[in-house]
Write a protein that binds this ligand. Structure first.
Ligand code: SF4
Length: 280
């Protein structure tokens, strides 16, 4: 069975070479993560903790929320975090504090009907499909008054995409297929993004017809991935944040010998026809 995720699909679309290093050759990246990813992770941890308490009937004080964030920050901090912009680690830490304070003030008492946080879902693209999409919903809400489900996603990015991007977003739309499979195809599922840097909530919805088309498009993308044999690098502005840049041939770098050896000995390279059974 081929297991895919939104980020796996996006990596293939962004740069096939990065896809090969990360998902086929499984070469450990020399950079642990970017500071943006670290910030996002710690803010997510804090909001998950907040809503887990709310589900248990307890509303934490704002200090508790910031303390949880600060704890995650130190626990997951590392020397190998990549900082591209001309800012210090402390600046990013403080950004997170501000995001959480703004969110807390705006959403207290957090009574919009949270069912689960970090909910793992499997998206079925077609009956008896050998391919599955796995995903994690930051927060799943059931809005009793409107009798609708809401998929909430937190974003810590600096930029706010335009409306078209949200209408075409694949990640939450895929997750809504799984929620409809669980709770009923006719129930509306609202896709909700919280852009914390703007203290702004953006929503969108997909029709069942649009979701059927998305399933077909995603199956076609997976088929394309599975028949791909060439993985050229695609240079872009995103290379600055790529954890494989120190190994990337497009930047005049190379993969360390120990991994090259491993790469050459892969069964999938010797017998290409069986390689599709080895991915993931
Ligand atoms: S540095 Fe750029 S070209 Fe190289 S693997 Fe990463 S995204 Fe691809």
């Amino acid at each position: 069975m081929g297991v895919y995720s939104h980020s796996k699909l996006s990596t293939f679309e962004q740069c096939r070479y990065k896809y090969k290093l990360r998902y086929i050759d499984k070469i450990p990246s020399p950079i642990k993560k970017s500071i943006e990813a670290h910030l996002g992770e710690c803010v997510h941890d804090a909001l998950e903790w907040l809503y887990k308490n709310v589900i248990r009937g307890k509303i934490p004080e704002i200090d508790g929320l910031i303390e949880k964030y600060s704890h995650s920050w130190s626990e997951k901090d590392s020397e190998e975090i990549l900082i591209v912009r001309d800012l210090k680690k402390q600046d990013y830490f403080e950004k997170g504090v501000k995001f959480l304070i703004d969110y807390y003030i705006k959403h207290r008492p957090f009574d919009d009907g949270t069912l689960e946080t970090e909910k793992r879902i499997w998206v079925n693209l077609e009956e008896n499909s050998p391919h599955k999409i796995i995903g994690y919903i930051d927060r799943l809400v059931y809005n009793k008054e409107k009798d609708q489900y809401e998929i909430h996603d937190y974003k810590t990015a600096n930029t706010l995409p335009n409306r078209e991007k949200f209408e075409a977003d694949r990640q939450l739309a895929l997750y809504s297929i799984a929620i409809k499979d669980l709770y009923g195809r006719e129930k509306p599922v609202i896709l909700t993004w919280h852009y914390l840097n703007y203290n702004m909530k953006i929503t969108s919805i997909r029709t069942n017809e649009e979701l059927e088309k998305l399933k077909k498009d995603t199956i076609n993308l997976i088929k394309e991935i599975e028949k791909t044999t060439e993985f050229p690098p695609t240079k872009s502005i995103l290379c600055e944040w790529c954890e494989y840049k120190p190994y990337c041939k497009a930047w005049g770098n190379s993969i360390p010998k120990e991994f090259q050896k491993e790469e050459n000995n892969r069964v999938g390279d010797i017998f290409p026809t069986v390689s599709k059974y080895l991915k993931d």
